[in-house]
Design a protein around this ligand. Structure first.
Ligand code: KG4
Length: 347
C-alpha cells in the first residue's frame, strides 16, 4: 500500500493530489496559472510563487474535506524539490512539509523530470528500468538514461531554449498568443490540409522549407538540442515577408522542430542501445511529434510510452507516482535532501 498526498509547484501549475499506490488517482485538483501569465507572453516567476501561495490552501482543503484524512492515514507526503523556479518550489516544499508533520508521515522529495516520466504509471504502465526519458516542456528539452529510481543520467540537454519555449516564442512572433504550442500546431494542421496532407500522412514539402535544419552537422554519437537559431530565422522570415502566410510559417517551423527532436532520439537509441522510451512534458500533446516519435521507436523496435495527456503537463499525481518508486522499493530519495543551501537550484 501507499496512500500519499502529493504537491507540485515547480513552475506555473499548482497541484495537490491524493494517490493510492502511486497508480490510482483519488483526487487531483489543479490550478493552472496560464491565464495569469498570458499578458506577459511567458511565466513571471514572482507571480507564479504568489499564486502557489494563494492556491495551495483551497486545493488542499478540497481534498481534506472530501476524504476526511486524519493523522496516521497517509503513508507519505510527496513533493517536487527540483528543478524549477526557486520561489515556486519553496512554497510547495513548505506546504508539503507542514502536511507531513500534521499527518505524521515521511516526506519524500522528487525530481520534477523523474515525476514526468513516472506519470505513465497513472495509466496502468510500469516505469521500465533501464529506459530512455525524453522530456519536452516549456522549461526542458533533454534526453535521460534512467537506470533505476534516483539514478538519472543526462544524455543531452538544450544549449539554449526548450522546445516548448521555442513554440511559445514563435507564437508570440506570429501574433498567435500564449501558450504557443497548441496554436502553432493548429495553424500547421490548417496549412497541411490546404496542401492536401491529411493527419498521419507524411508530407513531401521539405524542399519548400525556408528554415535551416537545426544542428545539421550534429554527430550521431551526440544528443544536443538547440532552438534559438530557428527562432531567429522565424523572426527574420516574418519581418521580411511582404505577405505573411502564418499557417505556412507555423507548419515549416514545427516540421524543423519535430525533425530535430526525432533525430536526437534516434541518436540516443544508437548510443544507449535499444531501450524503452518514455516521453513526457506538455510538448508531447503535439500530434505531429507523437507520430514522428512512434515512427522512430517502431524503426528501432522499442516501446514508446507517453502518459495520458492530462498527466503530460505538470500535475501532482505524477509526483506521487515517482515517490511511490522509492516507497515501495524501500529506497531513500536523493531529492528529499534540501538542507544543503542551493538544493532547490540543482538539477
Ligand atoms: O509540461 P508543461 O506544462 O511544462 C511547463 O509548464 O513548462 O508544458 C508546457 C509547454 C508549453 O511550452 C506549451 O506551448 C507546450 O507545452 N504545448 C505544446 C502543445 N500543447 C502544449 N507544444 C506543442 N504542441 C502542443 N499541442
Amino acid at each position: 500500500m501507499g496512500l500519499a498526498l502529493a504537491f507540485e509547484s515547480s513552475c506555473d501549475e499548482t497541484g495537490v493530489a491524493l494517490v493510492e499506490n502511486g497508480r490510482r488517482v483519488i483526487a487531483a485538483p489543479l490550478f493552472s496559472q496560464i491565464a495569469m501569465h498570458r499578458p506577459y507572453g511567458g511565466i513571471v516567476p514572482e507571480y507564479a510563487s504568489r499564486a502557489h501561495l494563494e492556491k495551495f490552501t483551497p486545493l488542499l482543503s478540497e481534498i481534506l474535506t472530501a476524504h476526511n484524512l486524519k493523522p496516521g492515514d497517509l503513508d507519505y507526503v510527496a513533493v517536487t524539490t527540483r528543478p524549477g523556479l526557486i520561489g515556486a518550489l519553496l512554497v510547495g516544499y513548505q506546504s508539503a512539509r507542514a502536511c507531513a508533520r500534521f499527518f505524521k508521515a515521511p516526506l519524500i522529495g522528487v525530481h520534477h523530470l523523474e515525476a514526468h516520466l513516472a506519470a505513465v504509471r497513472l495509466s496502468g504502465h510500469e516505469t521500465p528500468f533501464p529506459a530512455l526519458g525524453l522530456m519536452l516542456s516549456g522549461g526542458n528539452s533533454a534526453i535521460y538514461e534512467l537506470k533505476k529510481p534516483g539514478d538519472i543520467r543526462v544524455m543531452g540537454d538544450t544549449l539554449d531554449d526548450a522546445a516548448g519555449e521555442a513554440l511559445d516564442k514563435a507564437a508570440q512572433i506570429l501574433g498567435l498568443g500564449y501558450p504557443g504550442g497548441p496554436r502553432i500546431e493548429e495553424r500547421a494542421e490548417a496549412f497541411a490540409l490546404s496542401r492536401g496532407i491529411t493527419p498521419g500522412h507524411e508530407n513531401n514539402l521539405d524542399s519548400e522549407n525556408i528554415f535551416p535544419v537545426i544542428l545539421k552537422s550534429l554527430r550521431r554519437d551526440k544528443v544536443e538540442f538547440s532552438f534559438s537559431g530557428i527562432k531567429t530565422a522565424l523572426l527574420r522570415a516574418y519581418e521580411s515577408a511582404a505577405e505573411k502566410n502564418i499557417d505556412a510559417l507555423a507548419f515549416f517551423y514545427q516540421e524543423r522542430i519535430v525533425e530535430h527532436i526525432t533525430r536526437n532520439l534516434s541518436h540516443a537509441l544508437e548510443i544507449a542501445g535499444k531501450k524503452p522510451v518514455i516521453a513526457a512534458g506538455g510538448v508531447l500533446a503535439n500530434k505531429r511529434l507523437r507520430r514522428s516519435l512512434e515512427g522512430i521507436c517502431r524503426k528501432f523496435g522499442v516501446q514508446l510510452l507517453i502518459p495520458e495527456f492530462r498527466y503530460c503537463t505538470d500535475n501532482a499525481a505524477m509526483v506521487a507516482a515517482a515517490a511511490q518508486l522509492y516507497f515501495e522499493n524501500n529506497l531513500k530519495s536523493p531529492y528529499s535532501d534540501v538542507q544543503s543551501g542551493n538544493a532547490f537550484l540543482s538539477a
